[in-house]
Design a protein around this ligand. Structure first.
Ligand code: AMP
Ligand code: ZN
Ligand code: FE
Ligand code: FE
Length: 274
């Protein structure tokens, strides 16, 4: 059986709709040999996910997807193979928790101004990252929009009426934190960075890798980013960005890395945590 490991997916600890345990079961059923759960701005899933993976003899590589900004543009950074006990990493997650708490309040206030009333208490629970998809789902429940896409297109997307980016945490700071935690910093879905000058600047930063294989890439996209990563001797990662029913077109395992890439990251994870 070919070794395939999906290195990008989200659990209920952020804006995915499957629990970490359900994700691991799904991965096993899909014939995957390894997985990394990369929740937005939190590593809380690993407390239950690691023992569950071990009990099922399944290779789970700790990962995370940090929200960062570069000159006002949103950049997502995947982190892998860090020490789970890193004080710096936990502090960054805590900073993001507070950033989101404040930002979500502003978004809800703006929505209230537009006649859409959602209470903060309706938005998920302690210890889980609350993001715009949660707000979008509440808007659907209330009948103010029909789909998550409509919620983003009309209200929540960058620059839309209820949008607020919140505190900006820089790319440099995020890379430094991942390195301080002994981990690797990887540019997520580079095709989503819209401005070419921004892409050029990001590519000059001290990353260790780039997401060369992604659910929705066209083969031309893949070639471009894999080419750039190879030239830089970076790790080329891949994943589906599976979010369950919050992103129904991304299937778990639709993008993946092979054994060599996975083993190198996994060995790094064991070292960082020894
Ligand atoms: P947040 O982390 O709160 O900034 O929300 C960002 C998340 O919302 C992304 O990771 C996606 O899962 C989702 N998202 C962003 N843009 C859209 C969109 N246009 N339609 C649907 N979901 C989106
Ligand atoms: Zn997401
Ligand atoms: Fe992302
Ligand atoms: Fe993601």
């Amino acid at each position: 059986m070919t070794f395939r490991a999906d290195l990008h997916c989200h659990s209920t600890f952020s804006d995915g709709t499957d629990s970490p345990e359900a994700l691991i079961r799904l991965a096993i059923n899909a014939g995957l040999s390894g997985l990394s759960i990369t929740d937005h701005d939190t590593i809380a899933a690993y407390q239950s996910a690691l023992p569950f993976a071990e009990a099922n003899n399944f290779l789970l590589l700790p990962g995370v997807e940090f929200s960062a900004s570069h000159q006002g543009h949103s950049i997502h950074i995947l982190g892998y193979a860090f020490s789970l006990k890193s004080e710096e990493l936990h502090q960054l997650c805590e900073r993001h928790r507070l950033r989101r708490l404040k930002r979500n309040r502003t978004i809800l206030e703006r929505l209230r101004g537009l006649g859409i009333k959602i209470e903060e208490s309706e938005l998920g629970c302690e210890g889980h990252t609350v993001g715009r998809p949660h707000i979008a789902n509440m808007m659907i429940e209330q009948g103010s929009v029909k789909t998550i896409k409509e919620a983003f297109d009309r209200y929540l997307g960058e620059g839309k009426r209820a949008y607020d980016p919140g505190e900006q945490i820089s790319v440099t700071e995020t890379i430094e934190t991942l390195h301080a935690a002994g981990g690797k910093a990887v540019i997520a879905h580079p095709h989503l960075i819209k401005r070419r000058p921004t892409v050029r600047q990001i590519l000059q930063m001290p990353f260790d890798g780039i997401e060369g294989y992604y659910a929705r890439f066209s083969p031309a996209h893949e070639k471009e980013w894999v080419g750039i990563g190879t030239q830089k001797h970076w790790i080329i990662t891949g994943g589906s960005d599976y979010h369950g029913s919050n992103k129904p077109f991304n299937f778990l395992g639709s993008s993946w890395v092979g054994q060599k890439t996975f083993d190198a990251l996994y060995a790094h994870y064991l070292t960082a945590n020894s």
